[in-house]
Design a protein around this ligand. Sequence first.
Ligand code: C2E
Ligand code: CA
Ligand code: CA
Length: 417
Amino acid sequence: MSETTTKKKFKQGDILMREGDKGDCAYVIESGNVEILVHREGQPLQIGVRGPGSLLGEMAMIDDKPRTATVRAIEDCVALEISRDDFARRVESADPVVKMVMRVITNRYRDMIGRTQFIRFPPSTAAEDAEHDDELHNIALSTIKVHHELKGALEKKELTLFYQPIIDVQNMKIAGFEALMRWQHPEKGMISPGVFIPVAEESGMIVELSRFALDVAAENAPKLQAAANPELVGKKPIFVGVNFSVKDFADADLFEYIDGKLKEKGVKPEQIHLEITESLLMEAPETAKEALEKCRARGLDVSIDDFGTGYSSLSYLHYFPIDTLKVDQSFIRAMTTHHASMVLVKSIITLARNLNMKVIAEGIETQHEAEIVRNLGCEFCQGYWFAKPMPLDAALDFMKNWQPPRMEAPRRAGSGK
Ligand code: C2E
Ligand code: CA
Ligand code: CA
């Protein structure tokens, strides 16, 4: 699936790559220093020293030409290896313009190096090189690092799901939860999905993360249901919303996997909601439609996440089998101060009702916001005012002991302030 970066240790004097060899990988130095050598008339000539954070051997990996230099550890080193296959996969999915620019830059860079490497003396130092690191370079390196660590995180069970309650505000009952991923890093503490999900999406590792989220959600949905104080829930079973990403639908075995997992854990399909964003649907509408039809056939609920932010035309709502719209929190936030946002929220709620879809208002932070959307006819709310995302234990306790907050008596739809 995503066999990508591996960590390698080198002893002092070890050769990381040799001049003239085929470039099947690149390295990012994590610790220690290496020297770059070229051989002239049989004699090695040191042309540079590189330290932590340096990227080495990328050119031969990109353009498939022989290595132009030898890299040797001058002390014990640790380096992340980026395989050619991983790189090729990333390039494959890149924009054609990016591909072209990369090719041109690589050629220019090779030319330049060919012209200058024997002139540049004394050799450049790690500090000088660091100066030349541009922002893009740093972003690329941090992506590679996060990806490498993320792979370990899944194996070391540092990834976990938090659960944020979704409340039926028409009768003040707990309807379900959204499962939100967290990375409990041993040194850096809790890492937000905003940091690692994009990296996982880019590297293809998201498919493993989504399966993991589905596993854990399927495991815990029955536990949440079993913990319920009957007074706090409605008649329908408690659901858990799981976030899915662009690449998940390309996973040919996804539905077979979901079927197997639900059966294994004894979970009803309606207890799992697949949350996907509009942009996912639009990126590959045919694939998405096929996938959503498979959801529908199985009774899995499909929710459109961040509704209103991604796509300007609403006609797609007829095209795809969709069960729920989640109104993006930016509209909720602006609703009380901007009339246009209020109109938008109202329209989305009306639209959903006319199309027989459910609506969840996301990011409800105040009683006032909750009352407004409820008065507009919105069924479900999710947000800090009700509860923040919490670990499983706290969510089980929430199912037993939640104290529904007081809201003003409902007004007629449309008469909200
Ligand atoms: P999202 O799917 O839109 O999730 C809602 C985000 O809003 C969550 O942030 C949640 O903690 C936050 N939130 C909820 N109520 C409030 C509120 O009242 N006020 C404010 N300001 N924020 C609120 P979180 O957990 O940081 O997740 C961020 C995003 O990361 C998610 O946005 C989702 O796109 C992605 N994500 C999280 N877990 C997963 C996952 O398991 N798989 C995938 N593919 N993406 C995930
Ligand atoms: Ca979501
Ligand atoms: Ca959202």
